[in-house]
Design a protein around this ligand. Structure first.
Ligand code: TRP
Ligand code: SF4
Length: 406
């Protein structure tokens, strides 16, 4: 990930709605990415349980089970609580507090034009989604992100618009509340605290950005601030803001980290998804995994064992792309097109690949299922750490908004 600009806070945040037990689609599409990121960044991963209410407010009976099942699957997949902070949204009530304050400055039209608003209402016709909570859900997501001042938000394509909204809201917030009397003088004072050499570099980058619109200079300037020692948080905000314009940056704009669409094919060749009933759960019994794979459809033209097939028309072939080496794939292609192998022989490679992948995951899951207190403790600690960070941001937000009259 060396391509990431140094301008951003090296904090990563992502959330997942509590959907219960996760499947291989989640593993390949999301969790493997989280596991990679946790080694390189300060990661915050949370259960977006309030988000579940924005669409499923009528069915709350199983949210709790879904939350804990999902956390067990995160841990089983290899999300490491020693490296990433794992927590539950509703246990950090500051998310709601920031959401409320941001709602004051967010034009209705910004929310109405988020594509998922109309799309989901169309898709989930059986639900009444003409609620305040549903309209505001991308703003809740903005609060989730901004309260940790996350620099990067790993999301799928469908969520990019929400990160974009988050950026607009942050910009508006900074514009409205980052203003302060004597801003320029204070910023100039702060520059001096960078030390002679860095002050000179900072001024140069600021000039290049403001006079020539040089974005690289902006990046260099931000990177300098990120590593600057001995300056207060407040001064740092001023200098980030002064680099670009005339106000402090209280809430930095995050960037979406688009997860390369490693779309995991399901048992029918469509994308793996619970709503298509084509999934293999991470904690699915190995016998059931085997049964599901043995009975999955193949190239419809291969009716008899002696009929040659075309891998391109077969959902099993897509699974070979995930699980098989080039040698096996070559062997399968040859065997399929000449009717040299049967479909069960072909599937056997995939069965072995999936079972080998699931074995260590299921082993770890067992430990957490047997000792639920372990999971509770991990989450309790994550919530506490998340809350500390969230409280710090709220302090600044309250100050900036002029609400610190206590
Ligand atoms: N809206 C996301 C989803 O439906 C989940 C989510 C909530 C999220 N808050 C977030 C993701 C903050 C990234 C950052 O998948
Ligand atoms: Fe599909 Fe494999 Fe059968 Fe060919 S041999 S049709 S790729 S399952």
């Amino acid at each position: 990930m060396s391509s990431m600009p140094g301008s951003h806070n090296a904090r990563v945040l992502s959330g997942m709605r509590p959907t219960g037990a996760l499947h291989l689609g989640h593993y390949h599409g999301v969790l493997k990415n989280w596991i990679r990121l946790q080694n390189e960044y300060e990661c915050y991963f949370f259960v977006a349980d309030w988000h579940a209410l924005t669409t499923h407010y009528e069915e709350t009976a199983h949210i709790g089970d879904h939350v804990w099942d999902m956390v067990v699957d995160w841990l089983a997949a290899g999300v490491n609580p020693a490296m990433a902070r794992l927590f539950i949204q509703s246990r950090v009530p500051e998310h709601a507090e920031l959401h409320l304050l941001l709602s004051m400055i967010t034009p209705l039209s910004w929310l109405e034009r988020v594509p998922s608003y109309k799309d989901q209402q169309e898709k989930l016709k059986e639900r009444d989604l003409s609620t305040y909570g549903f309209l505001g859900y991308p703003l809740l997501q903005a609060a989730d992100i901004l309260i940790y001042k996350a620099g990067y938000v790993p999301v799928g394509e469908d969520q990019v618009a929400h990160v974009e909204l988050t950026r607009e809201v942050a910009r508006r917030f900074n514009h409205l509340y980052g203003r302060e009397p004597g801003f320029e003088e204070k910023a100039e004072e702060a520059i001096k605290k960078l030390g002679k050499k860095n002050a000179k570099v900072y001024r140069e980058q600021r000039r290049r950005y403001q006079e020539q619109g040089d974005h690289e200079a902006l990046e260099v300037g931000r990177a300098l601030l990120e590593s600057a020692q001995n300056i207060t948080l407040r001064d740092r905000e001023r200098l980030y803001g002064y680099l670009e314009g005339g106000s402090r940056i209280v809430l930095p704009e995050p960037e979406a980290l688009l997860t390369e669409a490693a779309k995991m094919p399901g048992l029918d060749g469509q994308k793996m998804s619970k709503s298509y009933h084509n999934t293999i759960a991470l904690r699915e019994d190995p016998e059931e995994v085997t049964r599901k794979l043995r009975t999955m459809p193949t190239d419809p033209a291969r009716v008899r064992r002696t009929d040659p097939g075309d891998p391109e028309k077969c959902p099993v072939w897509q699974l070979h792309q995930v699980y098989s080496s080039d040698e096996v794939k070559a062997e399968v292609r040859e065997g399929c097109t000449t009717a040299g192998i049967g479909c069960l022989d072909c599937k056997q490679h995939v069965i072995e690949g999936v079972l080998a992948e699931l074995a260590p995951i299921q082993e770890r899951a067992r430990q957490y299922v047997e000792e639920p207190q372990l999971v509770r403790n991990i989450i309790a600690e994550g919530c506490e750490q998340a809350r500390d960070t969230a409280r710090e941001t709220m302090e600044e937000v309250i100050q900036a908004m002029g609400l610190a009259y206590r």
